[in-house]
Design a protein around this ligand. Structure first.
Ligand SMILES: Cc1cc2nc3c(=O)[nH]c(=O)nc-3n(C[C@H](O)[C@H](O)[C@H](O)COP(=O)(O)OP(=O)(O)OC[C@H]3O[C@@H](n4cnc5c(N)ncnc54)[C@H](O)[C@@H]3O)c2cc1C
Length: 447
């Protein structure tokens, strides 16, 4: 173990639960499976493989520290959502295939809950259900459509009226909500660290501070990482929005930047002023580029998204953003009693977004021993964890829950082009979503 700890980070979750960073790779390595990336996908893949075949030698390499990426900086919504929303899912896939996809999302939530219980991971999981409140007549109609789509796809849901929504969430602007009882909120970094402990206990070798520098594909995969050589029978690409190699995967997605803020703990008077938020349901507004707001276990409020940004040529780590101010404003807009509340943490994160809105899982088109699971389009807390079971089945050549799913084993369509078209597509795509949100906002009561 090295002396560096993750509390150097600006991310609230990582500051709240600092972890000691493990040692980097110090020698060359021969393994059965090399997993690249130490987030939920990499750790759950390694753990599932080791549990299925304890004799396999499985190593995970992580460039920074486990949970450095989206897995340690997300909003912690445990959602069964695949793609954009249930109405869109039904429209794209139809009832029959839509039901298979929705059942996969539900199984992903069950898998995470069962894993947390089985491994005893203390990650502040609260199965509160998740709520999508409507701010305008357009969004109320969307809530109706989501409720109808949920029924058609076999997803249990509720349609809350305005009074119930306002009583639950304490936001006078809300006119009603679509509510899915299956889901909840958790502390994402604690989940990643819990998976790390379980993987290590199962015999997985994990090397932090070890960046993959190159990857040669073939019957034996040869990776250079941290100045060392790793030879592996199989490779699992679990680098999500950071994926650079194999190059072909860069066409699967674009990395979009998302910003988050966390307030100081609310006083008892402040909680009472906003109605108590007694059900503690995490909620995201019904915008295409939604605002996500949720309470934390220690009585703060997290606000995230509200905008997403793409930077030229997949630039990563753009920490300064006007979006922080927008999120702080959103807290005061939704709960006027909290205007001016102190913000104690601000951070950026990157999500991998495909143009189909589905994640990308499968085998490399020419090298069947290379498996990837990336680009969950901002819905990876359940899916990236469940992806470990899909990766296990693909590596071991077993039939599995992924069969028949439209996003497993196919390159996402349409592909995201390279620059300079990439920036233009991102600007067009985000422009359309912002335009649709502006239309849906018509009729929103503003203070
Ligand atoms: C701000 C934010 C909020 C989100 N909120 C939610 C939410 O509430 N609910 C939800 O379902 N989803 C949410 N998501 C999405 C979810 O967090 C991700 O889909 C999920 O964590 C992906 O996990 P992963 O393991 O695939 O990727 P990551 O956690 O990003 O892990 C990839 C890892 O690969 C490492 N890596 C990269 N390059 C290399 C290399 N060359 N060598 C070695 N290692 C490398 C990185 O350091 C990183 O740790 C959110 C994402 C963000 C950014």
């Amino acid at each position: 173990m090295t002396a560096m700890t993750t509390d150097q980070s600006t991310v609230f979750w990582q500051r709240e639960a600092p972890a000691t960073v493990g040692a980097p790779l110090g020698r060359d390595l021969d393994v059965d499976v090399l997993v690249i990336g130490g987030g939920y996908t990499g750790l759950s893949s390694a753990l599932c493989l080791k549990e299925a075949e304890p004799g396999l030698r499985v190593a995970v390499i992580e460039r920074d520290f486990v949970g450095f990426g989206a897995s340690g900086r997300n909003s912690g919504y445990l959602t069964s959502l695949l793609g954009h929303d249930l109405w869109t899912l039904r429209r794209r896939l139809g009832d029959e295939r839509g039901r298979v996809a929705a059942a996969f999302g539900a199984a992903a939530v069950d898998h995470v809950v069962a894993t947390i219980e089985r491994l005893g991971i203390a990650c502040d999981l609260e199965m509160t259900g998740l709520c999508s409140p409507a701010l305008s007549p357009g969004q109320e109609r969307l809530a109706d459509r989501l409720h109808a789509a949920a029924a058609a796809l076999g997803v249990a849901s509720e349609r809350w009226d305005g009074a119930r929504t306002r009583a639950a969430l304490g936001v006078e602007l809300f006119r009603g909500a679509f509510h899915v009882p299956k889901g909840g909120i958790l502390q994402p970094f604690k989940l990643a660290q819990g998976l790390l402990a379980a993987a290590r206990a199962a015999g997985v070798e994990v090397y932090e501070g070890t960046a993959m520098e190159s990857l040669e594909l073939g019957p034996v995969v040869v990776a250079r990482a941290g100045g060392r050589t790793i030879r592996a029978g199989h490779a699992v690409v679990a680098t999500n929005a950071y994926t650079r190699e194999p190059r072909a995967y860069r066409r699967h997605f674009a990395p979009l930047h998302v910003y988050s803020v966390v307030t100081a703990p609310l006083t008892t008077a402040q909680w009472e002023a906003i109605g108590g938020w007694r059900g503690r349901e995490g909620f995201y507004t019904l915008h295409h580029i939604l605002y996500a707001l949720r309470p934390t276990a220690d009585g703060r409020i997290l606000a995230a998204t509200g905008n997403v940004r793409y930077f030229w040529n997949d630039r990563l780590h753009v920490a300064e953003s006007p979006d922080y101010g927008m999120l702080e404003g959103a807290i005061g807009w939704l709960w006027p009693a909290l205007r001016g509340i102190r913000i104690e943490s601000r951070w950026e994160g990157v999500i991998g977004v495909t143009l189909s809105d589905f994640p990308s899982l499968g085998r490399h088109p020419r090298h069947a021993n290379v498996v990837h699971a990336i680009a969950y389009c901002g819905h990876g807390v359940a899916l990236a964890n469940y992806a470990g079971t899909v990766v296990r089945d693909l590596v071991l050549g077993r039939p599995g829950a992924h069969e028949g799913l439209p996003f497993v084993g196919k390159a996402p369509f349409p592909p995201v082009p390279g620059e300079p078209l990439r920036s233009a597509v991102a600007a067009g795509y985000l422009g359309v979503l912002r335009g649709l949100d502006a239309l849906a906002n018509r009729g929103t009561r503003r203070r």
